[in-house]
Design a protein around this ligand. Structure first.
Ligand SMILES: [Fe+2]
Ligand SMILES: [Fe+2]
Length: 194
């Protein structure tokens, strides 16, 4: 039996699209938890700052998904309903984000709006990770290539929005460091299974 040689270079950081998107998901989930904690301590200013950060993270994340990941997923997995739903969920999340951005923590519904956004986003993340991502894996999308595009676009958006990227350095490293592509992966291009 010919053993499938999967000499995956374990030294390389995983920058595939799904890993990257999941890292965003984890980050934002943590931020929502942190918001609940701060909110209980009634530190208004910090709450407001964190809420704005959450909104920025989400705007960037939804943008890179809509511009890059969803179109790729739509053509690869052929489940239009799933993608339509995801896009509609993004649209309603954005409405809530706009509301949060245009109010301050002095608004008595401010915390409620952030909490609802958190519930909403958690639900959306779950659907992506439990339904969409497994289908993307099966569909043999070029997750590495898409991951690089996502990363680049994310950095662009972050600098447009004047956000510091503590992650930016890491991301930049990943984007350029990937150039060390050895020639040892022959033969896979020619059989893109359909
Ligand atoms: Fe999404
Ligand atoms: Fe997502």
């Amino acid at each position: 039996m010919p053993s499938k040689r999967s000499t995956s270079s374990s030294s390389k950081k995983s920058n595939d699209a799904l890993t990257l998107l999941k890292a965003d998901h984890d980050k934002v989930k943590k931020m929502f938890k942190e918001f609940e904690r701060l909110n209980n301590d009634e530190s208004d200013e910090e709450c407001e700052q964190l809420a704005k950060q959450i909104c920025n993270e989400l705007k960037i994340h939804t943008t890179i998904e809509e511009e890059i990941f969803y179109p790729e997923a739509r053509s690869a997995i052929e489940d239009d309903d799933l993608l339509d739903e995801a896009e509609v969920e993004h649209a309603s999340a954005k409405e809530l984000i706009e509301q949060i951005e245009s109010t301050s923590s002095a608004d008595e519904k401010f915390a409620a709006k952030v909490s609802v956004l958190g519930e909403y986003v958690n639900h959306h993340i779950k659907e992506e990770q439990d339904e969409m991502f497994p289908q993307c894996k099966k569909a043999k999308m070029d997750l590495q290539g898409i991951g690089e595009k996502l990363m680049q676009r994310k950095q662009e958006l972050m600098s447009e929005m004047g956000m510091d990227s503590e992650e930016g350095e890491e991301a930049g490293e990943a984007a350029t460091g990937g150039a060390r592509r050895s020639s040892s992966r022959g033969g896979q291009a020619s059989r893109a299974g359909r």
